[in-house]
Every structure is written in structure tokens, then in C-alpha cells.
Unconditional design. Structure first.
Length: 190
């Protein structure tokens, strides 16, 4: 029986690298995988790019008004659908992923952030937390050595809790750093 998986973690927890590894493993066994990402993720254009230097061309881009179920049902002999940056999915698209699992019997593995730089849930992630059969946290550490849970946003090197929910890492002087709750709130209160 296929399942819907949500693998989440703070920035730099290796989500994209593990997605690429999963795709490689399926293909080494002679299976066909589809790799996709939401169009809000402009990093790498039509590629998925890992911070450790791995990258791969996606099979399709998911736009906010796309029906993911309809896209996948047209494909043949799919063993798995892998989605990077799943936090950018629309909630209805997460429902469509569950339809893929149930109606097409294709496992769907989503990788993404749980929360934004203000510690608020992304709509896509929230829906994945509500629906996924399996939820797995991918861990990383803060600069202090504690478990990082939050994604701190920096603009021109300065910590901020202002701005739109979505700003892509590396664009317009925006960077992110994984922080533990202690270090995050220390910066908020400075």
C-alpha cells in the first residue's frame, strides 16, 4: 500500500540531498520516479539544488493552480513521486497528493520546511502534517550545538522577523540559518 510521507526539517538538515538520494535509489532498482517542486521555489530554475552541490532536473514544476493528481495520472509506470520544497504547495494540492496515493497507489514523499522565519506554519506544510501517513523530522544543529528547529532570516547579514512569508535563500541578499529556540528568541529580543 502506498503512503504519503512528509519529511521536514530546518534549513540545512539535508532534505534536498536525501530527496536526490531517494531518486537515485529508485532508479538504481530500475524504477521510474517523478521529481517535482512548486514554482514558488525559483532557486535552480528547473533544477533541484542541494547546498552540498548535488542537483537534478525536475520532471515538472507545480504552479499554484495545477492539479497534481491530473498531471501524475497521465504518466505511465511511476514508482514514486518526490516533491522538494513542499511547504510551497497549496493545501488543495496536498489533498491531490493523497489522491495519488489512494487512487493510483503511488507513494509520494514530500520534503520541506514545517515553519517560516516567524515560526508560523506554511499552508502546504500544515496540510501535510494533517494528512501524511508518516511524518519524519530531519534534524540539524544550531551554532550553539542544540537541536535547530527554526529558520532565522537574515537580510544583508542582519536578523529580521519582518517581510513576506516567502523569500528564496540567496536572492535579494536573503539568507537563512537554522537556530534552536533559545538562540532564535535571543535574537528576537535583541
Amino acid at each position: 500500500m502506498a503512503k504519503l510521507y512528509f519529511r521536514y526539517g530546518a534549513m540545512n538538515s539535508g532534505k534536498t540531498a536525501l530527496l536526490l538520494q531517494a531518486a537515485y535509489n529508485y532508479e538504481q532498482q530500475g524504477m521510474k520516479v517523478l521529481v517535482a517542486k512548486p514554482s514558488k521555489d525559483t532557486k535552480g530554475n528547473l533544477n533541484i539544488v542541494s547546498r552540498i552541490g548535488l542537483e537534478r532536473k525536475i520532471n515538472f514544476l507545480i504552479r499554484p493552480d495545477d492539479n497534481v493528481f491530473n498531471i501524475v495520472k497521465k504518466k505511465k509506470n511511476i514508482s514514486c513521486l518526490l516533491i522538494d520544497e513542499a511547504q510551497f504547495l497549496e493545501p488543495i494540492q496536498v489533498d491531490q497528493l493523497m489522491e495519488i496515493v489512494v487512487k493510483l497507489n503511488i507513494p509520494v514523499i514530500c520534503y520541506g520546511l514545517r515553519t517560516d522565519f516567524k515560526t508560523r506554519g506554511f499552508p502546504g506544510s500544515t496540510r501535510l502534517l494533517e494528512l501524511a501517513h508518516t511524518i519524519e523530522e530531519m534534524k540539524t544543529i544550531c551554532t550553539c550545538g542544540r537541536k535547530a528547529m527554526y529558520n532565522a532570516r537574515f537580510i544583508n547579514g542582519k536578523f529580521t522577523v519582518e517581510g513576506d512569508q516567502v523569500a528564496i535563500d540567496g536572492e535579494n541578499s536573503v539568507t537563512y540559518e537554522p537556530l534552536c529556540p533559545h538562540c532564535y528568541y535571543e535574537k528576537v529580543n535583541q
